[in-house]
Design a protein around this ligand. Structure first.
Ligand code: SDX
Length: 433
């Protein structure tokens, strides 16, 4: 695996002054203008709200080509991983950089499995929430609270402790997520079972009840595992950037992941899968699709077509294609081929993709457009959709956090601003205002 190299330079001319800035290239994708010395040399900042043209770090984990609709993890295409791999392999790949051999995979899976239980006292935290609390609120709270339980893996400068904390987070997220669901429906918590796979264990903890045996369906378990793979990592998205920024101050990994969960909750980001289902229910039937397409195009209407558009993809999100395929498989398996929400979603997608507004703005379905339909078919309430996104994305967050912690050039993230407020003015006493 290569690192970045200087491949040229660019000149910034201001009046008679020319500032020369290095051009750096990675292994594939756009080169970057290294502006680290810009302020020292010119007294100017760069300006890029939303970071539309800004690379915040070097990374070797995930590559996205938004124009071609390509997503690769450590060089392996998401379509191949979703088809041929499983979530434990993808976790190993993201964390360690290579696909595991059989012995490595078995040991990794064993180590994750044996970290799935929660400290029994953590259960008390759930009792402090209202039963109708949004499960994402519970996830932010309980994951942040892990900082108070695992002091033996919060020394961020010890690679061994960083890896233990990473394993604990990957392993415990399904347990916490399942408990958040159980708490919301007033059912008893189900402990993890070490003889089940990661996806099977999560389904078992979520849907089994003590009163009867839970029958696992191989198709459903495979679909769950594939959904986790599709959500595992995605370069420097908003929540991953949040985790990196929190980690750059030296915050412990549990606190960093709690910050990532909080950011993912937003409907413009991971909260979109829940928003898509709510939108489809609001549209209700195909004959109202045009009305909502018109709303989405109306500049004066804040409504956006949820599950459409992406900061990076200006082509079909490759994950959405895999998700759509999985959708049909799961609904066929469940015998609900004519699921009305799926038919409505497919009609909405067809109409939107033929509309000039969506074409010229290159708005395509993203990962969230179909995921909610599968998750609903699997029995999850919409409020759990983003929880599942957070569960799966935890491996990406911890892999990116570890990469940042190992990066010798990393320093605390501290952007500047373009100030537009008052210049200095004298204080006015209260009796003179
Ligand atoms: C995820 O970053 C990641 O990688 C995220 C993610 C991951 O795996 O981590 O991929 C997961 O967050 C997927 C995105 C889920 N969000 C949604 O589905 C919500 C709906 N989408 C939009 O809110 C929007 O498309 C964003 C937030 C996803 C992207 O917004 P950008 O990049 O800031 O683009 P923009 O808002 O500047 O939009 C460009 C234009 C605008 O019109 P103009 O101002 O140029 O006239 O397209 C319009 C927008 O109004 N537009 C939409 C639209 N998305 C963009 N118009 C209608 N419906 C939409 N969904």
């Amino acid at each position: 695996m290569s690192s970045s190299t200087i491949t040229g330079n660019v000149d910034l001319t201001e009046n008679d002054n020319v500032t020369n800035l290095p051009l750096m290239s990675g292994s594939v994708g756009p080169a970057v203008v290294d502006v680290r010395k810009l302020y020292a040399q010119t007294g100017h900042f760069t300006y890029d709200p939303g970071f539309t043209s800004t690379a915040s770090c070097e990374s070797a984990i995930t590559y996205i080509d938004g124009d071609q609709g390509v997503l690769m993890h450590r060089g392996y295409k998401i379509e191949d991983l979703a088809e041929k791999s499983d979530f434990m392999e993808v976790c190993y790949l993201l964390l360690k950089g290579e696909l595991p051999n059989t012995a490595e995979k078995n040991k990794f899976t064993h180590d994750i499995t044996y970290h799935t239980m929660l400290h029994e006292q953590l259960i008390q935290f759930f009792k402090g929430f209202r039963r109708d609390a949004h499960p994402m609120a519970i996830m932010v709270g309980v994951v942040g609270a892990l900082s108070a339980f695992y002091h033996d893996s919060t020394d961020i400068h010890d690679p061994k402790q960083r890896m233990i904390a990473s394993y604990r987070l990957i392993a415990k997220m399904p347990t916490i997520a399942a408990m958040a669901y159980k708490y919301s429906v007033g059912q008893p918590f189900i402990y993890p079972s070490n003889d089940l796979s990661y996806a099977e264990n999560f389904l078992h903890m979520t849907f089994s009840v003590p009163a009867e045996n839970y029958k696992l369906s191989p198709t459903i378990s495979r679909a769950m595992d594939r959904i986790f793979i599709l959500h595992a990592d995605h370069e420097q998205n908003a929540s991953t950037s949040t985790v990196r920024l929190a980690g750059s101050s030296g915050a412990n990994p549990f606190a960093c992941i709690a910050a990532g969960i909080a950011c993912l909750w937003g409907p413009a980001h991971g909260g979109a899968n829940e928003a898509v289902l709510n939108m489809l229910h609001e549209i209700g039937s195909v004959d109202r699709v045009q009305e909502f397409i018109a709303k989405a195009k109306d500049k004066d209407d804040p409504f956006r077509l949820m599950g459409f558009g992406h900061r990076v993809y200006k082509n079909y999100d490759p994950r959405a294609k895999v998700m759509q395929k999985a959708c049909h498989e799961v609904l066929d398996e469940l015998g609900i081929k004519d699921e009305p929400m799926l038919k409505l979603a497919m009609e909405l997608e067809k109409i939107a993709l033929e509309d000039p507004y969506f074409k010229e703005k290159k708005l395509f379905p993203n990962v969230d457009f179909y995921s909610g339909i599968i998750l609903q078919a699997l029995g999850f309430p919409t409020s759990m959709f983003t929880v599942l996104f957070a569960l799966a994305r935890t491996v990406g967050w911890v892999a990116q956090w570890n990469e940042m912690m190992e990066d010798p050039s990393q320093k605390i993230g501290r952007p500047r601003q373009l100030y537009t407020g008052y210049d200095h003015r004298d204080y006015v006493d209260l009796d003179k205002r």
